[in-house]
Design a protein around this ligand. Structure first.
Ligand SMILES: Cc1cc2nc3c(=O)[nH]c(=O)nc-3n(C[C@H](O)[C@H](O)[C@H](O)COP(=O)(O)OP(=O)(O)OC[C@H]3O[C@@H](n4cnc5c(N)ncnc54)[C@H](O)[C@@H]3O)c2cc1C
Length: 349
C-alpha cells in the first residue's frame, strides 16, 4: 500500500500529510479528504487552472519536478501522447505520496470563490424528466453553498467519483439537486438510478469556473445539450428571478422524446416574454420525433442562425457533450469573435 492509498483509507501517512510546493507559487497540504493534487490546491485557496476534474480535458496539466506521486487513472484521455512523452501529469488524477514540488502556471481567477468541502448527503427524492434523465434531490446537514453553474463530485460507496452539476439555487436548507442522464453501461449513473430514498452518497464541492457572472447586465443565452441541462437551469433560475434581464434558453435533444427543461423555467417571472425557451431536436427522422414542428438541427447551428452577430453583446453559458461544446466554441470564438470573457462553458466528459 502506498502512503497515498493509506491516507485515502484514513491511515497515518508517515507522521503528516504530504506538502505540495508550486515552484515560484506557494504551498498547500494534501489532506485525507483530498482525492487529488487539484482538489488539495483548490482547498488550499490556490488558483490551479482546471475545467472538468474528470481526467478528460487536460486543463490541469502539471509537471512534477521532485517527489513521488501516484496516478488515479493512468489512461486518462486528458493527456496526449506528446504530454506523456514530456512527463506531464493531470493534477485532477494525481496524488502526492510524500512531499512534492510541481510546476504549473497559477491563475488567481481559478481560485475557489466558494470553498469546496467534503460532506455526506441523503437521497430525499427522485423524479423522471425524460426517458433517461432523472432529477435527484439530496439533502445534507449544512447549507448548500455554490454559485449557479457549478458542479460537485459525487462519490459512491465503492469509491467511484463523477461530476454532476447542481440544478437548483444555493439554499440554507441543504438541498442539492442534480439532473442525471443514465448512460448505457455507465457505472455511476446506473448506481444513482438504482439508489432508493434514504441512501447516502459522498459529495465534494463545489467546483467549476463556468458559473454565473453576478455583475453583468448583458442579455443571457444558455445552451444545454443532453445531460447539460442542470447547470443551465440553475443559471436560468438565478437570472430569471430578475424580469428586467433578457434570457434565451436553448435545449438540444436527439428526439422529441428527449426534450426537457421547459417545466423548470415556466414558473419564473417573464417566462414567454423576457425569458424564452427554445427546444431543438437533431433527429427529425426518428419515429420518436413524429409530429415535431419546432426547431431542428444541431443546437449550435440553430443558436448561430437565431442570433448571429448579436451574440457579441450577450453573456453565453453552455454545457453538454464535448462535440456540442467544441462546435459552440468555434462558432463563438472564431466565426463571431465574441469576447472570451463572455463565454462560459463546461464540457461533460
Ligand atoms: C463538469 C462536469 C459536469 C457534469 N454534469 C453532469 C450532469 O449534470 N448530469 C449528467 O448526467 N452528467 C454530467 N456529467 C457527466 C458525468 O460526470 C458522467 O461522466 C456520466 O454520468 C457517466 O458516468 P458513468 O459512471 O455512468 O459512466 P462510465 O462510462 O462508467 O464513466 C464515464 C466517465 O467517468 C470517467 N472515468 C472513466 N473511467 C475512469 C477511471 N478509471 N478513473 C476516473 N474517472 C474515470 C470519465 O470521465 C468518463 O467519461 C458531467 C461531467 C463533467 C465533467
Amino acid at each position: 500500500m502506498t502512503a497515498a492509498s493509506a491516507a485515502q483509507q484514513g491511515g497515518v501517512v508517515d507522521d503528516r500529510a504530504p506538502i505540495v510546493t508550486v515552484e515560484g507559487g506557494g504551498t498547500f497540504v494534501q489532506g485525507i479528504g483530498d482525492a487529488s493534487i487539484l482538489q488539495a490546491a483548490l482547498r488550499g485557496g490556490l488558483g490551479l487552472p482546471y475545467e472538468c476534474s474528470s481526467g478528460g480535458c487536460g486543463s490541469c496539466r502539471i509537471q512534477v519536478l521532485s517527489g513521488e506521486t501516484e496516478s488515479l487513472w493512468p489512461d486518462a484521455p486528458g493527456l496526449s501522447p506528446r504530454d506523456r512523452r514530456k512527463g506531464l501529469q493531470l493534477a485532477c488524477q494525481t496524488r502526492a505520496c510524500g512531499d512534492v514540488t510541481i510546476k504549473v502556471g497559477l491563475d488567481a481567477a481559478c481560485a475557489p470563490k466558494v470553498m469546496p468541502r467534503v460532506t455526506r448527503l441523503e437521497l430525499a427524492g427522485v423524479r423522471g424528466l425524460t426517458r433517461d434523465i432523472r432529477e435527484f434531490r439530496f439533502r445534507g446537514e449544512k447549507a448548500a453553498e455554490f454559485i449557479p453553474g457549478q458542479y460537485a463530485i459525487l462519490r459512491t460507496a465503492e469509491g467511484l467519483r463523477r461530476c454532476y452539476s447542481m440544478s437548483n439555487l444555493p439554499n440554507a436548507e441543504g438541498y442539492w439537486d442534480f439532473q442525471i442522464k443514465r448512460v448505457p453501461g455507465g457505472k455511476v449513473s446506473n448506481a444513482l438510478f438504482d439508489m432508493a430514498p434514504g441512501a447516502e452518497i459522498g459529495l465534494d464541492g463545489p467546483y467549476g469556473l463556468a458559473h454565473l457572472v453576478a455583475d453583468s447586465a448583458r442579455p443571457v443565452v444558455c445552451v444545454a445539450g443532453g445531460s447539460g441541462l442542470a447547470p443551465m437551469v440553475s443559471i436560468a433560475r438565478a437570472v430569471g428571478a430578475d424580469p428586467a434581464r433578457k434570457l434565451d434558453f436553448f435545449y438540444g435533444g436527439r428526439t422529441a422524446a428527449d426534450v426537457c427543461g421547459e417545466a423548470h423555467l415556466a414558473g419564473l417571472p417573464g417566462f414567454g416574454d423576457t425569458l424564452r425557451y427554445h427546444p431543438v431536436i437533431s433527429s427529425l427522422d426518428d419515429p420518436l420525433s413524429a409530429g415535431w414542428t419546432g426547431l431542428s438541427g444541431f443546437v449550435h447551428e440553430v443558436v448561430g442562425r437565431h442570433f448571429g452577430e448579436a451574440l457579441r453583446e450577450a453573456e453565453i453559458y453552455f454545457a453538454g457533450p464535448p462535440p456540442m461544446a467544441e462546435a459552440l466554441q468555434r462558432l463563438l470564438m472564431i466565426d463571431l469573435k465574441v469576447p472570451f470573457n463572455q463565454i462560459h462553458y463546461d464540457r461533460f466528459f
